[in-house]
Design a protein around this ligand. Structure first.
Ligand code: NAD
Length: 270
């Protein structure tokens, strides 16, 4: 029997993630490139998506307007200012949305929750399978160790990343806080330079380093008396995020409406 092909619409197509997604879709057996969208007036508009990604021509030209089509899944890795328009377009056309853009506002979060009432939405600050497991391990460790083991985490990303600390680092901090009965917004610390006091046992330090070309490294430390646990994930290649997002797209194509994350996609949700 012929496999059903899923058409993928990539938003942010000219970006680092967009071009990686184009290559991954072109290399897959069950996905086709439905459309590629980028910012109006940007340099990639009108170019062939394959050429943009350093591959042969595909016949799909990059456009500046998202027109979701039935049977497609939209995969959006662009910028927060584009999120609201893209979410509304997917809702209007009843098309599943995979969203990887980080640094979203509270209003965007609300919009995603509302969109989940009518379409499948998968939102993850990090689509890597390894990070999804790290999040789960962070929760297990925090619950077992308790707040006497002080939690600190740092992340490193390439020089171009705009938001800091990374969405993933904040998500890891949140997993630690939730598993040990703390409210992350009350205990998160991203700058100690003006505090002028020692740390409290409750606080969770989250710090971002920027430079070079790393697609993302996260280290979570639990610091105890005379011993320390470190959980580290290193992304060697941003294709891991693209593969995770496309795994989510295949999964979302067959789901009822809802706001999902990678735990749902991997079957790890409670
Ligand atoms: P990038 O700057 O290389 O690419 C962003 C692209 O979005 C650019 O081509 C830009 O022109 C385009 N864009 C801007 N405004 C737009 C609009 N209104 N409509 C359509 N396209 C628009 O950035 P990147 O490194 O590819 O990352 C993109 C986003 O994905 C960032 O928010 C980044 O933090 C996030 N990211 C998420 C994950 C994850 O796993 N969730 C992994 C890597 C990156």
């Amino acid at each position: 029997m012929k496999q059903r092909m899923i058409s993928i619409i990539i938003v942010g197509a000219r970006g680092r993630m967009g071009t990686t997604l184009i290559r991954e879709v072109m290399g897959s057996d069950d996905l086709t490139l439905g459309a590629c969208v980028d910012r109006s007036g940007g340099p990639g508009i009108g170019q062939d998506a394959g050429r943009l990604a350093g591959r042969p021509d595909t016949g799909v030209l990059v456009t500046d307007e998202l027109k979701p089509r039935r049977g497609s899944v939209v995969v959006d890795f662009s910028l927060p200012k584009a999120t609201a328009t893209n979410v509304r377009a997917c809702v209007e056309h009843g098309i599943p949305l995979i969203i990887g853009t980080t640094g979203l506002s509270e209003d965007d979060d609300k919009l995603l929750a509302e969109a989940g009432e009518s379409i499948p939405v998968v939102y993850a600050a990090n689509f890597s399978v390894g990070i999804t497991l790290l999040l789960q391990l962070a929760g297990i460790a925090a619950a077992a160790l308790g707040p006497q083991w002080e939690a600190e985490l740092f992340e490193l990303h390439h020089r171009f990343k705009r938001d800091a600390p990374s969405g993933t680092a904040l998500r890891i901090g949140q997993a630690v806080a939730e598993a040990s009965g703390r409210k992350f917004s009350e205990v998160a610390l991203t700058d100690r330079s003006t505090l002028g006091r020692p740390r409290t046992s409750e606080e969770i330090g989250v710090f971002g380093l920027r430079g070079g070309d790393s697609p993302g490294e996260h280290t979570l430390m639990f610091l105890g008396e005379g011993e320390r646990i470190e959980l580290t994930h290193r992304a060697g290649d941003r294709a891991i995020f693209a593969r995770g997002a496309l795994r989510a797209a295949r999964w979302a194509a067959a789901q009822p409406p809802g706001l999902y994350d990678m735990f749902d996609v991997l079957g790890l949700a409670e």
